[in-house]
Every structure is written in C-alpha cells, then in structure tokens.
Design a protein around this ligand. Sequence first.
Ligand SMILES: [Zn+2]
Length: 269
Amino acid sequence: MRFVAKQPREGINVSKTHPLVEAGTLVLGLTAILVIVVVALIFVIEVALRFVSVEQEAELFEGWLPEDLVTVSPADERLQETQLLVDRLVRHWPESPYRFRVEIDDSEIANAMALPGGLIIVTQGLLEQVESENELAFVLGHELGHFRNRDHLRALGRGVVLSVFFAAMTGGDVAGIGVMAADLTLRGFSRRQETRADEFGLTVVNAEYGHVDEAWRLFERWNTEDSSLDDFVSYLSTHPDSGERVVDIKNHARNEGWSLQGDITELDW
Ligand SMILES: [Zn+2]
C-alpha cells in the first residue's frame, strides 16, 4: 500500500482571530503587566520608606543637588536671608532631624520645592514676587510641612520608579533618570498632602509672628492678577488652586483661633 502524505489543511497555523486583534491583545497584556509592576514597586517604596529613617535620608543626601539646578551666586544676600528665615522657622519644629539647606534656582519662573535630605529650593522668580517676609515664611513653612510628612521622599521614590520605567520602555538613557526623577518628584503631591503642608506652614508662621496675616497674600495676587502671569508661576501647577487655598488658609487659622491680622515684616532686599 502506498502511503500518500495528506497535505495539511490550508491555514492550519493561522489563528481565526484577526492579526491586529492579536497584536492588540499582546500589547494590552504587556502594558497591564508593566502597570502592575509599577504599582507594585510604588507600594514597595511606600513600605520601604517606613524603614528608612530620616537620619539615614539626611546622611544619604547630604550635599546633594539636582544635576540640572543652576543656583545664584553664594554671595547673593537673598540666599543668606532666606536661609536665616528657614532657620528661624525651624525653631518652632524642635524635633526636626534635618539640617535644612536653602538654594536659589536661577529660574525666573516662580516655584518652591522640598527635596531629599532637607534641601529647600526656591526660584528667583518666586523671590521677586513675594512682597513681605510673612508671605515668604508661609511658602517656606509649607515646604517644611512636606518634610515633616515625608511627602518629598514618597514622591521621589515614585519619580525614580516611573523614570526607570520610561527609560525601559523607550530604550532611553538611564543617566537622565536623576533629572527626570527630580522633575516628577515635583508633581506628585496629592491635595491632602498639600493641605497638611499648608496647615503645618501656618502653625510655624503663627508661632514665629504671633499671627498669620499675609500668609495667603501671594496666592491672592496670583488669583486676581491678570493671567499673563501664569507662564511665570509653575508653582501653581504643583500646588493647589490659589483661590481655594486662600479660603482654606483663612478658615484653618480661624478654627485654630489664630489672629488674621498683625504687623507685617518687610523683606531686606
Ligand atoms: Zn506643596
């Protein structure tokens, strides 16, 4: 008997599903896996944070500056004055484990941020827009609040995870991760974290001046002045809406029984 090999049916290896659908399923599946990995890593960081003491953090980041930061001259009097103001405010947080360092970013765009190890960065643009020491004290007190709640580390951890993830996805350069992580760090705070930072900021301002007058003035101006200012205030993209914030600040002060009126201290520059 002669064996006649049967030809396999046409298309035996071809799935009945349309190739585009299959490709789509694959991409979706991979994306889902990656998202799960990122979420898991963020969770791990949240847990790990509980084991990193503030002392370890301060030691790890001592002297650290973001690579892309351009600072003003160390002889700039605003730098010394702002550092002195932070030192005064911190006296009202005696258990603080940080040695806070202030740096002034050369940028004309108003912003302020809290970075690991007790580094507080304010931009030249912000210093140009504050009109009294009381306004500046609240901005600084707010950043101190982020340190106290360790928001800055949580956001940094998230920034690192996300930037490693993007570098992996895009085949990007891992060396750029530091800058990108710092960048993402600045965006990450939730409304609740911001509110708690505001409340802490008000506490130290009230302790320092005996009232909280003008703590909100900068935001009031940003809220009412013409929108041409918007391009110069990146602070607002990383902080709550100015209008609501003014209301919340005043309400919190009233609830605490703090005076909303008092002597205003001029800036020295
Ligand atoms: Zn904030």
